[in-house]
Design a binder for this molecule. Structure first.
Ligand SMILES: [Zn+2]
Length: 274
């Protein structure tokens, strides 16, 4: 098995955004621009080191519309997730908010992102330690400071992800792509396959076998319940969940486009279910 060094630094240049992948001030400035253009409401959940951990939500959320949560940037070296989310926002028209309640966690681990390494600056893994006990979120010895903040807002995040959670990760070791998916089924359905194919449009799909000790078949690791954020929200009631994994050995800009594409597809499939 391959393993990831949590403090190895990875950075790439983006021609699309004309900056380095870990240029956090440029990222926040562009995010602010889009949040303002789209009328997104920012809600500070806590502080991740010197940076605020913010949830952005579409304005005037309606009870009769589906609610989905898109998150990115849990692992600092997986930079195409946050930039892909930003690319998606750049292309978005606010009319969409008349059909769907959109919530966004654009950059969960800013201190890792800035350094281009996996863990936060305290050396913690922000995607571990999400325990559900008696219907409530609880931390354990593996929970990061960002995780504590997210767990403290479990109810808000459960409501925001009622109709689905998509979390954008990358696998820096690979040239191929795959997804984790969660559906209330024995086998991956069309939803999982379509999202896998959104990435498969950009990269080869991983061969069957084991990735991180999980069985991957047709590019999908299915219903793997660990103590990750996405598994936690599915346990809390999100009707579907997907964790996308773009390959870090491929072109950075292609990975940005692939992340934007899977977010767009996730929105489209949510609307198609109505
Ligand atoms: Zn990751």
């Amino acid at each position: 098995m391959s393993s990831r060094d949590p403090f190895q630094s990875f950075t790439w240049h983006s021609d699309i955004f004309s900056c380095q992948s870990n240029d956090i001030s440029s990222f926040y400035a562009r995010l602010e621009e889009q949040a303002s253009r789209l009328g997104l409401q920012a809600r500070k959940l806590g502080d991740a080191g010197p940076h605020p951990l913010e949830l952005y939500q579409s304005p005037a959320q309606k009870a009769d519309q589906p609610s989905i949560l898109i998150s990115a940037g849990f692992h600092g070296e997986e930079a195409a997730g946050p930039w892909g989310l930003l690319y998606f926002l750049n292309e978005l028209e606010p009319e969409l908010f008349g059909q769907i309640n959109l919530s966004l966690l654009p950059l969960v681990n800013p201190t890792g992102f800035k350094r281009g390494h996996r863990f936060n600056k305290l050396g913690q893994n922000p995607n571990r330690g999400f325990v559900l006990e008696n219907g409530r979120g609880r931390s354990n010895q593996d929970t990061s400071s960002e995780g504590e903040i997210l767990l403290a807002h479990s109810q808000l995040l459960a409501a925001a992800s009622k109709d689905g959670i998509l979390t954008c990760h990358e696998d820096v070791l690979l040239t191929d792509t795959y997804i984790y998916s969660f559906e209330a089924n024995q086998h991956p359905g069309q939803f999982s396959r379509e999202l896998r194919d959104a990435l498969g449009h950009y990269f080869p799909i991983a061969q069957d076998g084991l990735i991180d000790d999980c069985p991957v078949q047709d590019g999908i690791i299915f219903n793997h319940f660990d103590l990750s954020f996405e598994a936690f929200l599915v346990r809390l009631g999100a009707s579907v969940g997907v964790c996308s994994e773009t390959p870090g050995q491929q072109s950075f800009d292609q990975r940005i486009l692939a992340n934007a594409a899977i977010i767009k597809r996730f929105v489209e499939l949510t609307l198609a279910k109505r």
